[in-house]
Write a protein that binds this ligand. Structure first.
Ligand SMILES: *Cc1c(COP(=O)(O)O)cnc(C)c1O
Length: 439
């Protein structure tokens, strides 16, 4: 199995090259050259299987010829160290709760898997692998937790001096060991720019092996397929479905960079019985607009209460186009898009909480609302609940009145006072100096 670039201007890469470089040399995103179809027999007893068992079978069909079976099994089992329950919200709607991992967002799945794959490919005799990630919030914590104590790897988290919540910062500043937080005197865009400059700096490349852990990396994408299959298996069990391949489900995805959706579309190609996907955007909705009029126009993002989806130019759009050979009609047949204002997202959070006591975070709530809007009678659907509501406690409390007094893994005091993190100016020389002294 090899991986090709969506730009088609460079030769296919091995998994190792694709993972260790992140972006293809021609600026494209890597895609698997084949999408294996899982035998239908798999679905006959999928209802009895654990998330690890399901993930291992799906992982083997894609990566089985690259990574040894016992090792792949270990990687999968280490990735899914937490529950991914499916909860019934309405008579026809379920939530797939992807937020029970260490940093309380679905990004834990991709980050944990990627960390283990990078560690698999890094040779202790070689230079240490240095992972750089710029974060505006959730990615930094997930990547840091995913790589924490992974041998042969150091992770550098660049974050802007303003904009993160205390909890988000705490998730990567409190770890220590091989995790190095770096506060940048600038914005998230500054962090991203400095990281990009570091990747193309010849001197730095000579001195150290650096790679990226952002969502363009194909090994953050692939593991996200696994939980779609697991969600479906729990759906079968709950609904006592006896014709697994004919009884299909509608799946609603809260979208930002479109990584989660792309993983779902790959799962569908592999045989997951989905009738269609519902794309849920906040007002930053270039993809929902593309689905309604066939035109893709990136926009400057505006801030919303579902801030992890404040993306104006989603990077995985090119993967979706590639998957459908740019055929708008076929894309349109498989998915429908919606976008909602903050007021509409808040209305759904409040309405569901008042009606049945279920607390949704703003991202999950966006997907719930889109699904509610899209389902016809007689159909059933699943929406992806991507973050724990306690991660957005202020917003959740102001809308529903629900208080999270001791949010999981939240700081009890300002830990950064005890472990001051280095601050750098938003420039490559400042970052280089720090990296070279830390390695
Ligand atoms: C990152 C994120 C999203 C968006 O996922 P994409 O794969 O970028 O589309 C949705 N919800 C939460 C909570 C996130 O952190």
């Amino acid at each position: 199995m090899q991986f090709y670039s969506t730009n088609g201007q460079c030769p296919p890469a091995s998994l190792e090259e694709a993972v260790m470089t992140g972006l293809a040399p021609d600026g494209g995103l890597y895609m698997p050259e084949r999408i294996p179809v899982i035998p239908r027999a798999f679905f006959n007893n999928i209802g009895e299987m654990s998330v690890c068992e399901i993930a291992y079978i799906v992982a083997t069909s894609v990566l089985g010829e690259i990574i040894d079976a016992a090792e792949l099994k270990q990687i999968v089992f280490d990735t899914f160290s937490f529950e991914i329950p499916l909860r019934k919200i309405d008579s026809d709607i379920y939530a797939l709760e992807l937020f029970h991992g260490p940093t309380l967002a679905f990004k834990d799945v991709g980050a944990r898997f990627l960390a283990r794959i990078i560690s698999h490919f890094s040779n202790p005799a070689d230079k240490e692998v240095n992972v750089l990630v710029a974060t505006s919030g959730d990615s930094g914590g997930a990547v840091a937790a995913g790589f924490h104590k992974v041998p042969g790897v150091k992770v550098f988290v660049l974050y802007p001096e303003r904009g993160l919540t205390a909890m988000q910062r705490h998730q990567f500043t409190s770890l220590g060991d091989n995790v190095y937080p770096i506060e940048v005197m600038g914005t998230f865009d500054d962090c991203q720019r400095v990281v990009k400059e570091a990747f193309v700096d010849p001197h730095l490349r000579e001195e150290m092996h650096i790679t990226s852990a952002n969502s363009i990396n194909v090994c953050r994408l692939l593991p996200q397929m696994f939980y779609y299959f697991y969600g479906y298996s729990q759906f079968l069990r709950n609904e006592s479905v006896d014709r697994p391949c004919t009884d299909k489900v509608v799946i609603s995805v809260p979208c930002g960079n479109l990584g989660n959706l792309t993983a779902g579309l790959l799962a569908m190609r592999m045989g997951l019985p989905v009738s269609r996907f519902v794309v849920a955007n906040n007002v930053n909705d270039p993809f929902a607009r593309y689905l309604s009029n066939g035109k893709f126009t990136p926009q400057t993002p505006v801030r919303t209460i579902a801030c992890a989806m404040d993306v104006g130019n989603p990077s995985n759009f090119s993967r979706i186009l590639d998957l459908y050979d740019g055929d708008y009609e076929r894309i349109h047949r498989d998915m429908t898009g919606y976008s909602f204002s903050d007021a509409e997202i808040a209305e759904s959070m409040k309405e569901v909480y008042d009606r049945n006591g279920y607390v949704m975070d703003p991202h999950g709530a966006t997907a719930y609302r889109a699904l509610r809007r899209n389902l016809s009678s007689g159909e059933k659907g699943i929406f992806l609940a991507t973050a724990h509501p306690s991660k957005f406690s202020k917003t959740v409390e102001s809308i529903t009145g629900v208080k999270f007094t001791t949010p999981m893994s939240a700081p009890t005091d300002d830990v950064s006072e005890h472990h001051p993190t280095p601050r750098i100016t938003p420039s490559l020389p400042a970052l280089k100096k720090f990296l070279l002294s830390a390695t």
